[in-house]
Write a protein that binds this ligand. Structure first.
Ligand code: URA
Length: 209
């Protein structure tokens, strides 16, 4: 079973309150989401492996640590996932970014891929799927499926806010995927919005509401 990690650092929780606030402007919303993404990736990368190297300081030669192992690939789900990419890249500028676009088929209600563009070396990377809102889990599961179909493994999911329904759906469909969120909210309402949530993340990021 994939684990659920709640990034409960006080700075993340403080900023999340203003992200939720309906009076927060588009400009501030975007800036806050960007900042929280940076703070979250600091927590998410806590377990990445290090290796020792020699470093020549102005004083002496010393053993010191650098990150080893696989490079990171970011996979934002269009469009709201884009709002967290730059915040992650601030700490991991060498990460490559793939994009997954999905729409919901009105008859089957299933997510359908309309755009997938992944880094060439995606199979050699640890992957972080990014979507601010984990609501039903439909999009996250479909995006993870897109990656697995192409042979990817070592996938994590990063969201701002999750509903218990979405967490359960991802844990059942992809028990190998750990989920990182800033908050686990109460439930989904009849329109599929997370309660209390923050409204439509894409609309609030891009001022389209
Ligand atoms: N997507 C959003 O943007 N908000 C929700 O509350 C649920 C899904």
């Amino acid at each position: 079973m994939g684990q659920l990690f709640i990034c409960d650092h006080p700075l993340i929780q403080h900023k999340l309150t203003y992200i939720r606030d309906e009076n927060t402007t588009t400009k501030d919303f975007r800036a806050l989401v960007d900042e929280v993404a940076t703070l979250m990736v600091y927590e998410i990368t806590r377990d990445i492996p290090l290796e020792q190297v020699d470093v020549k300081t102005p004083v002496t030669t010393a053993k010191s640590n650098v990150i080893s192992g696989r490079m990171l690939g970011l996979i934002p789900i269009l469009r709201a996932g884009l709002g967290m990419v730059d915040g992650v890249l601030k700490l991991i500028p060498a990460a490559k970014v793939g994009h997954v676009g999905l729409y919901r088929d009105e008859e089957t209600l299933q997510p359908v891929e309309y755009y997938v563009k992944l880094p060439k070396d995606v199979l050699e990377r640890d992957l972080l799927v990014i979507d601010p809102m984990l609501a039903t889990g439909g999009s996250a599961n479909a995006a993870i499926e897109v990656l697995k179909k192409r042979g990817c493994s070592r996938i994590k999911l990063m969201c701002l806010i999750a509903a218990p329904e979405g967490v359960k759906a991802v844990q059942e469909a992809h028990p190998d995927v750990d989920i990182y969120v800033a908050a686990l909210d109460s439930h989904l309402n009849e329109h599929g919005y997370i309660v209390p949530g923050l409204g439509d993340a894409g609309d609030r990021l891009y001022g389209t509401d």
